[in-house]
Design a protein around this ligand. Structure first.
Ligand code: ATP
Ligand code: MG
Length: 361
């Protein structure tokens, strides 16, 4: 696809959102004011209509494949194994939702700062700023310590519907400080999620977790509407997966609650072992396994380097068809798991209470 900086033509938009109506029919929506007004750009003797990146979300809301659901959904990407695709899928899902006019907040929970770097873009610099503090972005820890307001820790991206709270070294301090909380399992809910939900600014909060258990991750999982676990189709991931799900079961038993889960087989390769692992996942997790496994591809990386979704970068690629199907399924699952639940539901007598706060954001 051409550079998105130059904007998007009808045929590019049609590819991205799977639009099947004709160009003239699409233009008629613009003439009526049902979608944003395009810029007219001269191309030879004719002029063509070009929409900007910022205009895409409202087009996506009307013509896209992901439909809006109610309330703020918290979705966490977590597995105990590194390199299974948590960060790329969290990023792709977040950006694709945002391109459908859903307001999305990404919270990075990995001190490797991978998703923060994707969202911010790698800045080439050959000298340090005058004030070294300028290198450090406030994040969850500074909000927790009340050094900054939650809304001030949120950073914007090139898409008006996509924001993020950056990861920083304070995540390690947050981990330690949660030990001193009276009710650490509810800490994320109390200090962040309940405030964000009360604020009502976001449709989705997407958490990109690091691959190990800890106080912060436990508390994030406890508050999540859905745990999404990308599982790489290889033997070493399969081995850790057994331990992971048994630890998860212990965690649920201790807290007397059950987390809704969704498993995505990733990095599928064209060899016997990889297909065998896939078939194990499909059998073992039959009720919660994505219908579409994701094949190993460079397209996800290529898009990521450009800070784009595959939807913007390569909407004609086979992996995009698979991602579209996957994200549709994920949104359906989320609708189902949160259907009868209010996001702030308290536990019953046997479990810990989820604290609500109406404190200033
Ligand atoms: N089908 C696929 N699904 C997911 N990732 C894929 C796929 N094909 C290739 N990749 C690539 O595999 C890599 C996996 O991503 P990454 O190592 O960031 O995963 P992660 O689970 O977030 O790792 P970590 O645990 O270190 O945070 C990325 O470079 C991604 O582009
Ligand atoms: Mg990661």
């Amino acid at each position: 696809m051409d550079s998105t900086n130059k904007g998007f033509t009808f045929s590019q938009i049609a590819n991205m959102y799977g639009i099947t109506i004709t160009k003239n029919a699409f233009y008629a929506y613009e003439d009526k004011g049902s979608i944003p007004k395009a810029e007219r750009v001269k191309r030879g003797k004719t002029s063509t209509r070009i929409w900007s990146l910022e205009q895409l979300p409202s087009i996506g809301e009307k013509f896209g494949f992901l439909k809006r659901t109610n309330g703020t959904k918290i979705v966490s990407f977590f597995t105990q194994k590194g390199g299974t695709g948590k960060t790329p899928l969290a990023f792709q899902f977040a950006r694709t939702l945002a391109l459908h006019n859903m307001k999305v907040l990404v919270i990075g929970l990995d001190s490797q700062e991978t998703i923060t770097n994707i969202l911010k873009g790698a800045k080439e610099t050959d000298s340090l700023p005058e004030n070294l503090d300028d290198l450090y972005d406030d994040g969850l820890y500074e909000v927790f310590k009340r050094e900054v307001k939650l809304r001030d820790a949120i950073q914007r991206t090139d898409l008006p519907t996509l924001s993020f709270i950056p990861e920083n070294a304070g995540l390690a301090a947050l981990e330690t400080d949660l030990n001193h909380e009276a009710d650490p399992i509810n800490a994320m809910e109390k200090h962040f999620f309940s405030k964000l939900k009360n604020w009502g600014e976001f449709d989705y909060i997407i958490c990109d977790c690091n691959p190990s258990w800890g106080r912060v991750i436990n508390s994030v999982l406890y508050s999540s509407d859905l745990l999404v676990s990308p599982l790489k189709c290889d033997a070493s991931t399969l081995t850790t997966t057994k331990t992971f799900f048994s630890l998860l079961a212990d965690f649920e038993e201790d807290l007397e609650f059950e987390i809704d889960k969704f498993v995505i087989p990733t990095l599928l390769e064209n060899n016997k072992l990889s297909r065998q692992v896939l078939s194990y996942y499909e059998t073992q997790f039959s009720n919660i396994c994505a219908k579409t496994p994701l094949k190993k591809t460079v397209v996800i990386d290529e898009a990521q380097v450009l800070q784009q979704s595959v939807m913007e970068h390569q909407p004609n690629s086979p992996i995009y068809q698979d991602l579209m199907a996957l994200f549709k399924e994920l949104v359906e699952v989320l609708e189902f798991v949160t259907e009868d639940e209010s996001p702030d539901t308290d536990m019953d007598d046997s479990g810990p209470m989820k604290t609500e706060t109406t404190a200033q954001i």
